[in-house]
Design a binder for this molecule. Structure first.
Ligand code: KIV
Length: 294
């Protein structure tokens, strides 16, 4: 096996094997996950040593400009998964199952999960909530597809939860959240996202579960972290949740670059000769003779 590049906590040549995530939890190595929705972003995440790429339905808001993730369709996630899977060689690519693609029956859930893997090139799928989603997760796992669970703030059902707000903030709700996570583990999920839950609840879930927890707005005591690409890189215009840390202000970089481009076009400073194609002198002469051009 080749030497481990320094950017990876855990290194295997080629695709990161799924069981390695359990080993990382056991060794106390943090798992790094980020969303990506196209090939160049997935390639950059891979180059940065990210372990898991989520083709999240957050794309509905940060890429497609919607108010929520609810209207996102399977076809949209399918296309974006194809793009991301082409760019990600080492990271495990997880396709989010959008709202409406798994709730009504195990059959529907399996059919759509199979499409995301077979047509989309996903390595695994993710679905939200405990309750009936535990049955759906089990059915998909039984069909041979790895499933990631997601509890706490589940944006697909934010209306029922009273909006985009932290979950598990009463003793009873916190206990229910951990029971849901245990149910998803029992169903065969290989990891569970904990979104917007108080750190002591995330800590308890992380210790109660054998499978890794991936936190977002859940404090530091989870087995890994996930952030949304556009939030962390600073080119989402909407209101970013308090748990987001901005690692770059790419929106500002892009506006500044586009502004210089516009200026150059208007002043004639772009394009220069180096941006053009030459033509053999004799062909140019012949062309001028033919067309009468000067
Ligand atoms: O859709 C998404 O990006 C997600 C993450 C926030 C976990 O579900």
């Amino acid at each position: 096996m080749s030497d481990k590049p320094p950017r990876y906590a855990s290194w295997t040549a080629g695709k990161l094997p799924l069981p390695e995530l359990l080993e990382m939890k056991r060794r106390g190595e943090k798992i790094v996950m980020v969303t990506a929705y196209d090939a160049p972003s997935a390639r950059l995440a891979d180059a940065a040593g990210v372990d898991l790429i989520l083709v999240g339905d957050s794309s509905g808001m940060v890429v497609h400009g919607r108010e929520s993730t609810v209207p996102v369709t399977l076809e949209e996630i399918l296309s974006m998964t194809q793009w991301a899977a082409r760019g990600a060689k080492r990271p495990i690519v997880i396709a989010d199952m959008p709202f409406g693609s798994y709730e009504t029956s195990n059959e529907l859930a399996i059919t759509n999960a199979v499409r995301l893997v077979k047509e989309g090139g996903a390595d695994a799928v993710k679905l939200e909530r405990g309750g009936t989603s535990i049955d759906r997760a089990k059915a998909i796992v039984d069909a041979g597809i790895p499933v990631m669970g997601h509890v706490g703030l589940t944006p697909q059902t934010a209306t029922v939860l009273g909006g985009f707000k932290a979950q598990g903030r009463t003793a009873g709700r916190a206990q229910q959240l951990i029971e849901d996570a245990l149910g998803l583990q029992e169903a065969g999920c290989f990891a569970i996202v904990l979104e917007a839950v108080p750190p002591p609840v995330a800590h308890a879930a992380t210790h109660a579960l054998a499978v890794p927890t991936i936190g977002i707005g859940a404090g530091a005591d989870t087995d890994g972290q996930v952030l949304v690409w556009h939030d962390m890189l600073g080119f989402y215009e909407g209101h970013a949740p308090r748990f987001v840390k901005r690692y770059a202000e790419l929106g500002e970089v892009i506006v500044e670059a586009l502004g210089r481009y516009a200026e150059d076009v208007r002043s004639g400073a772009f394009p220069e000769e180096q941006h053009t194609y030459a033509m053999p002198e004799e062909e140019l002469e012949a062309f001028r003779a033919l067309s009468g051009a000067r």
